[in-house]
Write a protein that binds this ligand. Structure first.
Ligand SMILES: [Ca+2]
Ligand SMILES: [Ca+2]
Length: 164
């Protein structure tokens, strides 16, 4: 709201202008069928290049143990594609196209049931297939964000790791 007051020979004129503010954002739970996890890590990424953001989700599930799943976005419904990623918690996940082939790959790090502390890169081979490239990263775990990919510069390593 803006008020303008001016005096004209003793007459006071008041002009009020109401400027609409930004609309308040509202979010509605779409009841996506995602596994409930704690000590979790999540990231959006369009792994199949269909224009819709998919979900990479990891953490500890009471009924499933440690999991790491890719959920394909079917236009508002999310389906576990059974990507075969190592399940873990207390870590982080990130999408990034490390080999610059146009498909998002996966970087993950955390504590797994099967292998203890892990840090892995999975190459996206298309059709929902992800292959552990045995990148030889130092295994780390942390409850906070510990890794992310950066795209769009250089021709060498596009991977950055951050430890806290
Ligand atoms: Ca997608
Ligand atoms: Ca790639």
């Amino acid at each position: 709201m803006m008020n303008i007051k001016r005096a004209f020979g003793g007459l006071i004129m008041v002009i009020s202008v109401v400027v609409p503010g930004p609309a308040l954002a509202q979010f509605t739970d779409i009841s996506a069928s995602l596994v409930g996890v704690d000590n979790s890590a999540v990231a959006w990424g369009n792994y199949d290049n269909d224009g819709l953001l998919d979900i990479l989700l990891a953490g500890y599930s009471i009924s499933n143990g440690r999991v790491c799943r890719v959920y394909s976005n079917g236009g508002g419904t999310f389906t576990d594609i059974a990507a075969g990623l190592v399940g873990f918690s207390r870590g982080s996940v990130a999408w990034g196209d490390y080999d610059n082939d146009g498909d998002l790959d996966i970087l993950l790090a955390g504590f797994s049931d099967s292998s203890g502390v892990v840090s892995r890169v999975y190459r996206n081979d298309g059709a929902g297939t992800f292959t552990d490239i045995t990148a030889g990263l130092e295994a780390v775990e942390n409850r906070h964000q510990i890794c992310h990919y950066v795209q769009g510069y250089g021709t060498g390593s596009q991977r950055h790791e951050h430890r806290r």
